[in-house]
Design a protein around this ligand. Structure first.
Ligand SMILES: [Zn+2]
Length: 464
């Protein structure tokens, strides 16, 4: 199956000017808004030029919206007529990742060319994520220009440094919080992975992922101090032995796995198309231990129900076979479900390891709060997606990476990571953060229809 085989209702919004939308994206790709951790390397004048272009390209949005610049990030507020409705927020980022020096020549069309060739728009940012930035603006501009009235106040937010430090989104979220704004829902990039649901006992059905939270991230260091010495007398064990046993103990006794609300929602949605008798039985009997065994035994599913541990670094082995090693260190990288916190994980591991092992958290970010899949935003989003992507079952999962979106969790319970630009996997896999980033005109325009449909339903009609 190709992703475009799922496209449906591509003739919706015939008045939406696709050619102009493509032209806008091409121009956007020509601004070199590359992000660097070393901010002295950032060409801020490119951000200025790009924003001047946006004001010209989307006159209704920038005239009717209240525009605030926070650093180089842009927050646009389109006021709604019904103050009782909590605002919605659509977001993307202006920055792009660097083109690896020396790889420019590998691009069929230059990374900042914005070329249109073979039905594709080429350039760094075509899929991550200037297509969503212009897509959001095309939608809002189209609705405003056709005289539609926003009932729900609608924010558009375009951060400046999603790929590096996320200072833009932090500042914007803090500002909204300070103003007492509480958002109904947020839509950001990411997810949209399509796969056969065979692992869920529903072969032949295709699922598409909607990111509803992010797992946490912990790097835990295990250190052992030892004097070393001759290996003929290892009575007290060696630092390497102690470290290995402790790592093994942690891997063998991971924190309790859980069937979360989003997994439950996935099983509920897939139950009607399941054909595997074992899975159907597990779901019908709500057999939690059985379901956990099912998930934990499958490479594509286990990470949905458990915190994972990957020992990644080791340092300090002896240089000779007959010498006991001295001080040694190892690092285990954990990805945390929302059921575990960095602190609870640390306590859990302390009980497992040898008393001579010292544990330190060198990096720690807790899991984000799972978004509401019963709430208004999700209830509205799914039917719109089903309208434009036929025969896909949309399922809520943890997002595969970190995005800016989690910072809005302080002002919103429904933060969704779903870029509706479902380019073929071979193309997006090669291009995103890689070489020959490009998007087909077809996937681009379909994504705009999704955004327009969602904005129309939730912000203009504000249907319940
Ligand atoms: Zn991105």
């Amino acid at each position: 199956m190709r992703n475009s085989d799922f496209f449906n209702h591509e003739t919706d919004y015939p008045e939406l000017d696709g050619e102009r939308a493509v032209e806008h994206l091409r121009q956007m790709l020509r601004f070199e808004t590359t992000s660097y951790v070393d901010t002295s390397r950032i060409r801020y004048e490119e951000f200025d030029r790009m924003q001047a272009f946006l004001r010209e390209a989307y006159p209704c949005v920038f005239r009717r919206g209240e525009v605030e610049r926070i650093g180089y990030s842009l927050l646009v507020r389109i006021p709604g007529t019904d103050p009782a409705l909590r605002p919605a927020l659509f977001m993307a980022h202006q920055d792009v990742v660097p083109v690896v020096p020396g790889t420019e020549k590998n691009w069929t069309h230059g990374p900042f060319s914005g070329d249109l060739a073979d039905g594709m728009v080429w350039g760094r940012g075509a899929m991550d994520i200037k297509e969503m930035l212009t897509g959001i603006l095309e939608s809002a501009e189209y609705l405003l220009a056709s005289g539609r009235q926003f009932r729900r106040t609608t924010y558009l937010f375009f951060s400046e440094d999603e790929e590096t430090c996320s200072t833009g989104v932090r500042a914007a979220a803090a500002l909204l919080k300070e103003r007492g704004v509480e958002l109904e829902f947020v839509l950001d990039e990411s997810s949209g992975d399509i796969m056969d649901a065979a692992d869920y006992g529903a072969p032949g059905t295709y699922v598409c992922t909607v990111g509803t939270y992010e797992k946490g991230y912990v790097d835990m260091k295990l250190s052992v101090h030892a004097p070393g010495g001759h290996s003929s007398n290892p009575f007290h064990g060696t630092s390497l032995g102690i470290l290995s046993q402790s790592i093994a103990a942690i891997l063998e006794h991971m924190p309790q796995a859980h069937i979360s609300g989003s997994v439950r929602e996935t099983l509920r949605r897939l139950r009607p198309v399941m054909t595997d008798p074992e899975m159907m039985d597990l779901v019908d009997r709500q057999d939690e231990p059985g379901l956990l065994r099912w998930f934990l035994g499958r490479e594509n599913l286990y990470h949905l129900v458990t915190t994972t541990a990957a020992p990644t670094m080791i340092k300090g082995g002896s240089a000779a076979g007959n010498v006991m090693p001295q001080d040694m260190e190892a690092v285990i990288n954990f990805r945390l479900t929302p059921y575990d916190t960095p602190q609870s994980l640390l306590e859990h591991c302390r009980k497992l390891v040898d008393s001579r092992v010292e544990l330190t958290l060198v990096q720690q970010i807790g899991a984000s709060r799972p978004s509401d899949t019963d709430g208004y935003g999700y209830r509205m989003l799914i039917p719109v997606l089903e309208h434009y992507f036929d025969r896909l079952v949309f399922i809520p999962v943890q997002n595969r990476g970190a995005t800016d979106a989690r910072h809005f969790e302080s002002v919103c319970r429904s933060v969704f990571r779903f870029g509706p630009f479902l380019e073929e996997e071979a193309i997006s896999g090669e291009g995103i953060h890689g070489t020959n980033e490009r998007i087909s005109v077809r996937a681009y325009l379909q994504g705009i229809r999704v955004l327009t449909g969602l904005m129309e339903k939730t912000c203009i009609e504000a249907v319940n």
